[in-house]
Design a protein around this ligand. Structure first.
Ligand SMILES: Cc1cc2nc3c(=O)[nH]c(=O)nc-3n(C[C@H](O)[C@H](O)[C@H](O)COP(=O)(O)OP(=O)(O)OC[C@H]3O[C@@H](n4cnc5c(N)ncnc54)[C@H](O)[C@@H]3O)c2cc1C
Length: 459
């Protein structure tokens, strides 16, 4: 095994850093969850209560009841799913963008399944009530009910987006193709709006349900417009970022230094990232996540990008003056998330771009132990900056160069490198499989889950 290059600096007895108070923002997240669940229960409760028992015994009554309940709950969950993706700042500050996306994916299969049951059950129910065939009933529904043709199209789009998001299918699609199909979900929700508006309140006539319903619709549409489009556009216009310099860091990594106005007002925390849109030919239509590897200083800030594909490769050829739009900053991989006085930071490859600004923001007394992993020493960008920060903070730096097998970061190795790991907050960043493997090992060593912070470079 190639030896770890270790520069363990003498650790003088230092005053332990104060541990930050548990953020009050967590309480806000709990309140948000309680409100969402309460809204669901109110919708469900009133939908059930609104159904006269006699209607259940009528021809098709049971299927219509099932269709109504699944329709209301499915639509409610679809709206919650869009709300999650709309990146409402107080929620994002607690869960992080990756957490929001994780929840968005977890909720995802439910609205699509429930709305499919809704469409099928109502068609069966109405066909039974009218004593007619299913296909005939589909024709009647589409032809005579306002908004139902659009609702059928909406369901088709949802099924398409759901299918494209199945992991095995998604893996085979180009990310951009998947993303374009995924956007049909917004169109689907907009298309289904009319039929819910015209038909929904008729069967759930209670004013409380109507209020809940309208609040959720308006909050969803408003959140998407404000937080997905308005806020990023306003920030990009306000800070007027342009590419100032592209600097080579390693054979496959460049830093992009951007110049802008009033960057201190962005309040980027060390370790946060943004979705960047470079307004150059062939690039303007895609936004990719990159961490702010150099926090705003006067009018400048920096990203550091490893060439792994089309977009990251093209960034090496950016011209000075190219305008830059961005969404963010996002993320909870920050020094502020710390629970303990002492800290360990572990990064592989480009993951160092998140580690470096977190390290910079750690207060004195956190005695950071830093582990950097890469296949070759000349493949580790920002290595000298990290070493200087470790020095400044009286920490320890372990550099592990070599193949993954030769430099396996399993529990045994981690305990060797960081003997007091259980008493530290542990930050892990880099490629997804690296982050998953190391965070699993760290948890198995007994580090509490809320002291393990991770940034996997995949959304
Ligand atoms: C929170 C976060 C922070 C990141 N910070 C950095 C950084 O500071 N420096 C750096 O070099 N890399 C960073 N990355 C990774 C970077 O986003 C991808 O390497 C880049 O988007 C690849 O795009 P591509 O077209 O060059 O390559 P592709 O070949 O298109 O993609 C390679 C892989 O990158 C990921 N990826 C591609 N496009 C996106 C996208 N739009 N959103 C999310 N993931 C995508 C996918 O996992 C994909 O398999 C970060 C990723 C995340 C999620």
């Amino acid at each position: 095994m190639p030896p770890a290059r270790t520069s363990v600096l003498a650790l003088p007895a230092s005053t332990p850093a104060a541990v930050p108070a548990a953020p009050a923002r967590r309480a806000a997240a709990i309140v948000a969850v309680v409100i969402a669940v309460a809204g669901l229960l109110v919708t469900l409760g009133f939908t059930i209560a609104d159904e006269p028992p006699a209607a259940l015994h009528a021809h098709g009554g049971l299927a219509i009841f099932l269709g109504n309940v699944t329709g209301m709950v499915g639509t409610y969950l679809a709206l919650i799913q869009v709300l999650l993706a709309s990146r409402i700042p107080p929620v994002e500050h607690v869960l992080g963008l990756d957490g929001l996306i994780r929840w968005h994916r977890r909720v995802g299969p439910w609205p699509i399944s429930l709305l499919t049951v809704h469409a099928v059950a109502l068609t069966i129910g109405y066909a039974q009530a009218a004593k007619t065939g299913l296909m005939h009933e589909v024709g009647t529904l589409v032809g005579s009910y306002p908004g139902l043709l659009a609702a059928f199209v909406a369901l088709g789009l949802m099924l398409l987006a759901g299918f494209a998001s199945v992991r095995a299918v998604r893996r085979r699609l180009r990310r951009e193709t998947w993303w374009a199909i995924h956007l049909y979900l917004y169109l689907a929700i907009a298309l289904s709006f009319t039929h819910v508006l015209v038909l929904g309140p008729e069967f759930v006539g209670h004013p409380v349900v109507k209020v809940v319903w309208w609040v959720v619709w308006l909050a969803t549409a408003g959140s998407v417009l404000v937080f997905r489009f308005g806020l990023p556009a306003a920030r990009s216009l306000r800070h007027r970022l342009v590419v100032w310099e592209v600097r080579r860091e390693t054979p496959d990594t460049v830093s992009i230094i951007c110049r802008g106005r009033n960057l201190e007002r962005l309040h980027v925390q060390g370790g946060q990232f943004a979705l960047w849109r470079f307004m150059a030919r062939d690039l303007w239509w895609q936004a990719h996540p990159y961490t702010v590897s150099g926090l705003p200083q006067r009018s400048f800030m920096r990203l550091t990008v490893k060439n792994v594909g089309d977009h990251s490769k093209a960034l090496a050829s950016l011209r000075r003056g190219t305008r830059v739009a961005f969404e963010g900053p996002y993320g909870v991989f920050t020094a502020e998330a710390r629970r303990h006085a002492r800290v360990a930071l572990i990064a592989a490859g480009a993951g160092v771009t998140s580690l470096r600004p977190v390290l910079e923001k750690l207060p004195a007394g956190t005695d950071p132990v830093v582990v950097l992993r890469a296949s070759r020493a000349d493949g580790m960008p920002l290595r000298d900056e990290v070493a200087a920060l470790v020095d400044e903070k009286n920490g320890a730096l372990h550099e592990l160069y070599g193949s993954r097998r030769a430099q396996l970061l399993d529990g045994r190795r981690l305990r060797q490198l960081i003997p007091d790991i259980r008493a530290r907050d542990v930050y892990v960043s880099g490629p997804e499989d690296f982050v998953n493997a190391v965070t699993d090992a760290v948890r198995r060593l007994g580090v509490p889950t809320d002291a393990v912070h991770h940034e996997a470079y995949a959304l």
